[in-house]
Design a protein around this ligand. Structure first.
Ligand SMILES: N[C@@H](CCC(=O)N[C@@H](CS)C(=O)NCC(=O)O)C(=O)O
Length: 257
């Protein structure tokens, strides 16, 4: 893979699952980058709002002598960033640059997975975070919601099709694709809640029982690029501290979509 002549600065906060998508992509593509921490506990300073008026992370600043003499490009959403990086140079993350029915179909399946996950599953994750602060009833309700949505909308998209490889990842690949990058960070967080007693065991068990999804998710949460920089103990400790703040009435959620 020829590395592009490009400089990348990532505006990040380590807690954010959307940032985690981008970091996984950068590691998976072996792209060097610098990081700029953005504190989400305080109002964003004007200097950051000038970069990303929405004030959210991730944002990626890109410059290249090959693009209008280092004209700055700002990409302000994880999906945009992943799409951009995946299309920078030939790589295993994004579908092949070929044309023809098989290549078009693969790209369409990939696009549809991404679209479905973002529209049907991502919005449920705010409820998952909130349920980790709630009681058994809230946890069960959100479990039913998420398991039902994944079974209906995601399980069929992970079915192997004619021409797919033998790998466990999307389309039978043996390396990560965009599909895994989109879903991996929130699955890690969901499983961490379960493994540390903040959500019921049945939540994880019912997901892992889905034949396609279960096999895929088991492999995904072991992936090296996804796990680089992920600190489960710190995440759980932070979640428990938020739970305490929530109980004390002082909690302000900052994970949004
Ligand atoms: N759709 C955006 C979502 C980004 C997002 O909501 N990030 C959260 C942190 S995980 C954030 O920056 N929240 C801003 C705030 O709390 O003010 C993406 O995929 O990048």
């Amino acid at each position: 893979m020829a590395t592009p002549n490009i400089s990348l600065s990532l505006y990040y906060n380590p807690e954010c699952p959307y940032v985690h998508r981008v970091v996984t992509t950068l590691h998976e593509l072996s792209l060097p980058f610098t990081s700029v921490f953005v504190d989400l506990d305080v109002p964003r300073p004007a200097s950051y709002l000038a970069i990303n008026p929405r004030g959210t992370v991730p944002a990626l600043k890109v410059t290249s002598p090959d693009y209008f003499n280092n004209k700055e490009i700002i990409l302000d959403d994880s999906v945009k960033i992943i799409y951009f990086l995946g299309n920078l140079f030939p790589n295993h993350l994004a579908p092949t640059p070929e044309r023809g029915v098989a290549a078009a179909l693969y790209r369409t399946r990939m696009f549809w997975f991404m679209n479905t996950w973002e529209n049907k599953i991502t919005p449920l994750f705010d409820k998952v975070y909130m349920a980790s602060f709630g009681g058994e009833k809230e946890a069960k309700e959100v479990e039913d919601l998420v398991v039902t949505a994944i079974k209906k909308d995601i399980e069929p998209l992970l079915q192997k099709e004619e021409g797919d490889g033998r790998g466990v990842f999307f389309g039978g690949k043996d390396k990560l694709t965009v599909a895994e990058i989109i879903a991996g960070p929130v699955l890690l967080r969901l499983f961490a809640f379960v493994d540390n007693g903040l959500l019921p065991q049945s939540f994880k068990e019912n997901l892992l029982d889905l034949p396609n999804f279960g096999k895929w998710a088991r492999e995904l949460v072991k992936n090296e690029s996804l796990l680089k920089g992920w600190n489960e103990a710190k995440f759980v400790e932070g979640s428990k501290a938020k739970l305490q703040q929530f109980r004390d009435g002082a909690f302000k959620p900052k994970i949004c979509t």
